[in-house]
Design a protein around this ligand. Sequence first.
Ligand SMILES: NC(=O)C1=CN([C@@H]2O[C@H](COP(=O)(O)OP(=O)(O)OC[C@H]3O[C@@H](n4cnc5c(N)ncnc54)[C@H](O)[C@@H]3O)[C@@H](O)[C@H]2O)C=CC1
Ligand SMILES: CC/C=C\C[C@H](O)[C@H](O)/C=C/C=C/C=C\C=C\C(=O)C/C=C\CCC(=O)O
Length: 178
Amino acid sequence: MVNNAAIVNEGSGWQRVIAINLTAVIVGTKLAAAHMRKDKGGKGGRIVSTLSVAGLVQSHMTPVYCATKHGVRAYITGLCKDPTRPDQGIEYAMIAPDAVDTPMFQSVDSNRVLFWDELKDEMKRRMMKPQAVGEAFLQLLRSDVINGAILQVDIQGKTFRHMECVNDGVTFDPSKAF
Ligand SMILES: NC(=O)C1=CN([C@@H]2O[C@H](COP(=O)(O)OP(=O)(O)OC[C@H]3O[C@@H](n4cnc5c(N)ncnc54)[C@H](O)[C@@H]3O)[C@@H](O)[C@H]2O)C=CC1
Ligand SMILES: CC/C=C\C[C@H](O)[C@H](O)/C=C/C=C/C=C\C=C\C(=O)C/C=C\CCC(=O)O
């Protein structure tokens, strides 16, 4: 299961950002986990949530959006550490891209993102094609173990945060996760 839907809007209507980016992730994750958990008759599985660089840093550009992505990181990390999780057979991981050329990014303006006029050139310089995130996502899923992984994706490449990088530089070592 993938938690991917999100919006960005620091203007009026910011409460909806919290509803979609954070509350809905918690609701969806609870529903999915209840269905998936092996100790309650499910088959187990993986739940991957899309963060953002905004879930790793605090920015004056997108304080509400950052709060939701930090909230998702805290929530999912808590589930990663649940001592009953191995019996549930569920793994939790996150992917944290920098700016990506999608409708979300293309629709950003100074009503939705603060200080946009000053910062847009820098953000556009860092912008990746969506394929870069898709490839990173598949690479994450190819790992034998992903619980606790946060795969950061930017124009420099892919880096696991909170984990040791081994082999090809992006293989998750769960023993180094927390
Ligand atoms: N585009 C970017 O620069 C970056 C995006 N992200 C994250 O990537 C994920 C995907 O975003 P993008 O593809 O860029 O955005 P997008 O705007 O192109 O796609 C977002 C999708 O979420 C759906 N959605 C929005 N509100 C919904 C709701 N209430 N119910 C159901 N679906 C809803 C939209 O219909 C759309 O299909 C998001 O979690 C976003 O925060 C992370 C880092 C950078
Ligand atoms: C800015 C809006 C553009 C697109 C909206 C997207 O949804 C995207 O997910 C939002 C990104 C927001 C990013 C906000 C701030 C980013 C700040 C930095 O990258 C700061 C630089 C370095 C951080 C160093 C580090 O701790 O890794």
